[in-house]
Design a binder for this molecule. Structure first.
Ligand code: SF4
Length: 59
């Protein structure tokens, strides 16, 4: 599974990087970045995706 973050949509809330820290990282520009391949299991990544308030994550 390859998560992707739409940086234009991301508001930098940090939720995904807290919920799935092996799959998402915050960057210097204040946006989230997907780590590929994702280090967390599929359920964890999916929960982080669903928790994104602006739906910036796709799988
Ligand atoms: S949860 Fe969504 S808005 Fe928040 S940092 Fe992650 S991608 Fe960006």
């Amino acid at each position: 599974m390859q998560p992707k973050v739409d940086k234009d949509t991301c508001i930098g809330c940090g939720t995904c990087s807290i919920m799935a820290p092996k799959s998402f990282q915050m960057t210097d520009d204040g946006k989230a970045k997907a780590i590929n391949p994702a280090g967390d299991d599929e359920e964890t990544v999916t929960k982080a995706k669903d928790a994104c308030p602006v739906h910036a994550i796709s799988l």
